[in-house]
Design a protein around this ligand. Structure first.
Ligand SMILES: [Zn+2]
Length: 444
């Protein structure tokens, strides 16, 4: 079926919730709703619509379409780099009801204001002229460009008309989680070292994000939705003491490392640095690294990131990892994916700088980030083995085709560190293992 799309774009700026929102108005023809629903419109899974329409409400809605009554506007959020993906902020019931009706899922009402011959009919049973009065109607739509926080705020306002911001609403939830967040947000690192104000509970928001990440034990989505859920589900918070002391310990370390308030200590960097240090203190022997060394590492990382962001992508010194980091500070920085990528880039850069750092647990294999660093260290090539001609000598190889090996064997006391790690092609690795096994047999 050919669906013609009548989309009129008018770009303009206006005051709605903030002056900052870029808005775009367009019309959506009712006949095109199913098409948009399957190709463009995304309903955030977390967005639980509290009010699901009854059959009568659904029938009323189609009735309004037929009679050309005013229908409230539909709101979508678009992301700059994905103009074809529209996140629905308001209008779920209107859209799903339209799709259901066009798919003959319910009948028109008995007592509607429609002509008698179409009452109690399914869509497919009514005449083309009547159909046209419904599917030819246009829905007013608004697309906005906004941040995650603004998305949540807008959603709430559209749905409840509440004047509170997302963080303000979270703050209104009483319970132990809230108390714990308040206590973390008072930490001197927030007071003295971060480069964002505590206005509208921003320190609370980041403290809640750190708690959410600690509780999950891995990168997760820490947008407002997730936080709100924690405030509500953890009114009793048995993990509070452990969580709080662990988080504050890492904040103490951050406070020690950063002696001044740095420009780059924005929310996204607080999260990345926290996760890096948490991972390092949990799993690696880092006591030999002085706070000043850490500081130099971060400071240099940030300087490099800014320098890199000004390079054209085809420059020989353009660093894809730094670029990935950069993108994920700007684009949905609180999503699971963005947090995972930032953490991973920082860890990889860290291991390239501090190659001697071993894992605490000697039994553990190289971590992914160590492998990434080793891969870069050997210029994506097989390191080769003495007395054996590598079949892949000098050729760059995909990461997944290489194997990661202790230069000094693990049971000879070799550390699981980037310094003592090399990447080998399968042939070289097999040769090394075979000759090692035969020599250790001879020694017996
Ligand atoms: Zn090889």
């Amino acid at each position: 079926m050919f669906i013609y799309v009548r989309v009129v774009y008018i770009v303009y700026r206006t005051k709605f919730i903030g002056d900052f929102l870029q808005k775009r108005k367009f019309d959506m023809l009712v006949s095109t709703v199913p098409d948009y629903m399957s190709n463009n419109i995304e309903i955030p899974t977390i967005q639980r619509e509290p009010k699901i329409w009854t059959l009568e409400q659904k029938q009323d809605f189609i009735d309004s379409l037929y009679n050309d009554y005013d229908i409230p506007k539909l709101y979508f959020r678009i992301k700059q780099n994905q103009p074809d993906k529209w996140i629905l902020l308001d209008g779920q019931q209107r859209l799903s009801t339209t799709v259901e009706f066009l798919n003959n899922k319910f009948r028109l009402g008995e007592s509607s204001t429609m002509p008698a011959e179409i009452r109690k009919k399914l869509y497919r049973e009514i005449s083309p002229t009547h159909k046209q009065r419904i599917v030819g109607k246009v829905l007013d739509c608004i697309q906005v460009e906004c941040t995650d926080d603004e998305e949540e705020e807008m959603f709430t306002r559209l749905n409840n008309g509440t004047p509170l911001s997302a963080a303000e609403r979270r703050n209104a939830v009483r319970g132990e989680f809230n108390l714990s967040i308040k206590s973390i947000a008072k930490h001197k690192f927030f007071r003295n070292k971060v480069n964002f104000s505590s206005k509208r509970y921003a320190h609370d928001a980041v403290s809640a994000q750190l708690s959410a990440l600690y509780l999950a034990g891995q990168p997760i989505d820490v947008k407002g939705w997730t936080l709100k859920e924690l405030y509500e589900s953890k009114r009793r918070y048995p993990e509070r003491r452990t969580a709080e002391s662990k988080i504050k310990k890492t904040l103490n370390l951050m406070n020690k490392i950063f002696e001044r308030k740095e420009n780059y200590m924005k929310k996204y960097n607080v999260l990345s640095i926290y996760l890096l240090l948490q991972e390092l203190t949990d799993n690696y022997a880092i006591t030999t690294i002085k706070p000043t060394k850490f500081y130099q590492f971060f400071d240099n990382f940030e300087a490099e990131r800014i320098r890199n962001s000004q390079l054209p992508e085809d420059a020989t010194t353009f660093d894809r990892d730094l670029n990935e980091y950069q993108i994920n500070c700007v684009n949905s920085p609180d999503s699971e994916n963005a947090i995972r990528i930032r953490r991973s880039v920082l860890l990889k850069k860290f291991f390239l700088k501090f190659q001697e750092i071993p894992l605490k647990d000697p039994v553990r294999l190289f971590s992914d980030e160590q492998k990434q660093a080793i891969y870069i260290k050997y210029n994506k090539k097989c390191a080769g083995v003495n007395g054996f001609t590598c079949p892949n000598l000098g050729t760059e190889m995909p990461f997944e085709n290489l194997e990661f090996d202790h230069i000094l064997e693990h049971n000879e006391g070799g550390k699981t560190s980037v310094e003592n790690g090399q990447c080998l092609c399968i042939s070289c690795h097999n040769h090394k293992t075979a000759s090692y096994n035969s020599s250790s047999r001879q020694n017996r």
